[in-house]
Design a protein around this ligand. Structure first.
Ligand code: S3P
Length: 431
């Protein structure tokens, strides 16, 4: 089992880029796989989660060539996927399982999707319900609507569906199934979740419209292959943003980062906390991409984070909690009960780990109360098999006094290959 040993740094003065966006890489592979013709993805994230998606589309008959570690060529099957010979392993990736369920629901064959222990604990009723409404025969074989999933595809009929959660995975599952369904599908969510699928569909030649808070897509639709530049993953950049914002005198420039506003609410929260951050969009479509600069200055101040902001920083809450630990005052995070259904129960695990670093935290059913400003002491902590928990603990280690050990860090490979090397470099330069 891998681990990371971390010593505190005094400063951060760096310029680099982060690996490709995970959400966009998944979608690029899936849309490329069902499109006619060739799709080229540059800046693809070669992390384990996206490789699960890549192998899944290969199992469904697509030819996919790895031109280089971060460039792939997909020969799309033009809506003619083949029955997989075996159950498909989605690994640790909820995005793979939930989106793929929407992809295969309209095909005349049975697909079984399974995952690792963490994915096997994640709720699937949120995608099973709309897919059954479309007419697919879907069984959640685990207890309480958990994986594995067995999906017997059928010709789908369009649906009108309102999701109870603001989840881009649910939205994307429905839109992917709607591409194969006959008629007008209407999808509504309680507040706007990340909109990568909506931005990518037109790039593949698909059309839909927005009416008030609903998306309307008429099916069936054929997609055409395309070329895409995948920006760096904002969720990976987030670790370094908080580190730089929390270290007085630091300077950080991150280039070619995704700046999709449905992903960057962490920047707004950090600005309210008094951080010196600037973002500049250099390429607006199909996905905004540009440069972020951070100047570490004044001590951060607590700010409340709740409501519609939550879906737009949902993956950043583990690292936002690190910023809260540094900030003067008590940070209240609310409306975030979705965090209990991620790769770990993140509310429980953040509480446990922050306390080991000496931070007073109160765990609430839907959030956290974090008292910032206490001295951080290095600790031995567990990742609980969750990549974002592992990386957040590593950043705490760079900011805390003494030695930190983060145990079970192999999960970082799901989203950020090269993170350990980057940490080693930053420690070397920042001593
Ligand atoms: C994702 C959506 C989010 C996010 C996940 C990736 C996506 O999940 O937490 O890491 O790519 O659609 P939910 O849709 O469950 O909020």
């Amino acid at each position: 089992m891998n681990h990371l040993e971390i010593r505190p740094i005094r400063k951060l003065d760096a310029e680099f880029s982060v690996p490709g966006d995970k959400s966009i890489s998944h979608r690029g592979i899936m849309l490329g796989g069902i499109a006619a013709g060739t799709t080229r993805l540059r800046g693809f994230l070669p992390g384990e989660d996206c490789l699960s998606t890549l192998h899944a589309l290969q199992a469904l008959g697509c030819r996919i060539d790895r031109v280089s570690p971060d460039e792939v060529l997909i020969e799309g099957r033009g809506a003619k996927l083949l029955a997989p010979a075996e159950p498909i392993d989605c690994g640790n990736s909820g995005t793979t399982m939930r989106l793929l369920a929407g992809v295969v629901a309209g095909y005349p064959f049975t697909t079984r999707l399974f995952g690792d222990a963490s994915l096997s604990r994640r709720p699937m009723a949120r995608v099973a319900d709309p897919l059954r409404k479309f007419g697919a025969n879907l069984v959640c074989e685990g207890p309480e609507d958990r994986p594995p999933l067995a999906i017997r595809g059928t010709p789908l009929k369009a649906i009108d569906f309102t999701s109870q959660v603001a989840s881009a995975q649910v939205k994307s599952c429905v839109l992917l199934a709607a591409l194969h369904a006959t008629g007008k599908t209407t999808f509504t969510e309680p507040s706007l979740s990340r909109d990568h699928t909506e931005r990518l569909l037109p790039a593949f030649g698909a059309s839909f419209r927005t009416e008030k808070k609903s998306l309307i897509l008429h099916g069936p639709q054929r997609l055409e292959g395309t070329e895409l530049d995948v920006p760096g993953d904002f969720s990976s950049a987030a670790f370094w943003l908080v580190l730089a914002a929390g270290l007085p005198g630091s300077r950080l420039t991150l280039r070619k980062v995704g700046l999709n506003p449905t992903r960057t609410a962490l920047i707004s929260a950090l600005l309210r906390m008094g951080a010196g951050i600037m973002e500049k969009v250099e390429q607006p479509t199909p996905e905004p991409m540009g440069t972020i600069t951070v100047m570490g200055g004044e001590r951060l101040k607590a700010t409340p984070v709740a409501g519609k902001e939550i879906p737009n920083l949902i993956d950043e809450i583990p690292i936002l909690a690190v910023a809260a630990a540094l900030a003067e005052g008590t940070t209240e995070i609310r409306d975030a009960s979705e965090l209990r259904h991620k790769e770990s129960d993140r509310l429980a695990v953040i509480t446990k780990n922050l306390r080991l670093f000496g931070v007073p935290v109160e765990e609430k059913p839907d959030g956290l109360l974090i008292e910032g400003g206490c001295p951080l002491v290095g600790a031995e902590v567990d990742s609980h098999g969750d990549h974002r928990i592992a990386m957040s603990a590593a950043i705490l280690g760079l900011l805390a006094k003494g030695k930190t050990v983060v145990k079970d860090t192999s999960c970082i490979e799901t989203s950020y290959p090269g993170f350990a090397k980057q940490i080693a470099l930053i420690q070397e330069l920042g001593r």
